[in-house]
Design a protein around this ligand. Structure first.
Ligand code: HEC
Length: 187
């Protein structure tokens, strides 16, 4: 009888302790969630900042842009462009949104779209948007144009950027010719 009561008491102590840990854990989980929800922003900002150096090296040795573009699918690019649509319209005569309208973007002078307030960095960049420049810019906008206000981390995969370019070039009545192979094939 006595030991039965002791067991009961010990059990009660144990359960209480467990309960407190449980509640503590739960509270933490709830606060963590709230923290996340507050920070969550629907647009991908700076999520893909740190590309591993090893990966970057591999990318450099990959197929040339001309090769990638030769097989790039504009249809796949259209899907990827959904990420851009939060900030860009690509319609002919479409409005400037958070970012400038992208009609005729290939071959257009950088930072030149009428009625859009570009960052000083973009205005100072100079030159036109060639396929090569767009390809580099879209990998990591803040690397290509330090100080740009385009809040988009970038697309790491070369194939994704090539597909996107295949779609971007359709935003024109006279799409700019694709680059021809800049490096002859090894064989
Ligand atoms: C969070 C909003 C946002 C997203 C998402 C975004 N952009 Fe932008 N983009 C901007 C802003 C803002 C600028 C103007 C940058 C500046 O002035 O520095 C810009 C500028 C550009 C420019 C230069 C245009 C010019 O007239 O010189 C190109 C090209 C571009 N964006 C393409 C894209 C593509 C393609 C995507 C999708 C992969 C994309 N952007 C996603 C906001 C965004």
């Amino acid at each position: 009888m006595g030991s039965f009561n002791l067991n009961k008491i010990m059990m009660a102590v144990l359960l209480t302790a467990l309960g407190m840990i449980g509640i503590g854990g739960l509270t933490e989980a709830i606060f963590d969630r709230e923290g996340l929800e507050k920070n969550a922003y629907p647009i991908e900002v700076e999520t893909a900042t740190a590309a591993a150096p090893a990966e970057a090296a591999v990318v450099e040795q990959g197929p040339s842009l001309a090769e990638l573009l030769a097989t790039a699918s504009a249809e796949k690019g259209q899907k990827i462009f959904k990420k851009c649509k939060a900030c860009h319209s690509a319609d002919n005569g479409g409005k400037n949104l958070v970012g400038p309208n992208l009609w005729n973007i290939v071959g257009r002078a950088k930072g030149s779209h009428a009625g859009y307030g570009y960052s000083d960095a973009m205005k100072a960049k100079g030159g036109t948007w060639t396929y090569e420049d767009l390809f580099t810019f879209l990998k990591k906008p803040k690397d290509f144009v330090p100080g740009t206000k385009m809040g988009f981390a970038g697309l790491k995969k070369p194939a994704d950027r090539a597909a996107l370019l295949a779609y971007l070039r359709t935003f024109s009545d006279a799409p700019v010719a694709l680059p021809t192979a800049d490096a002859p094939a090894a064989d």
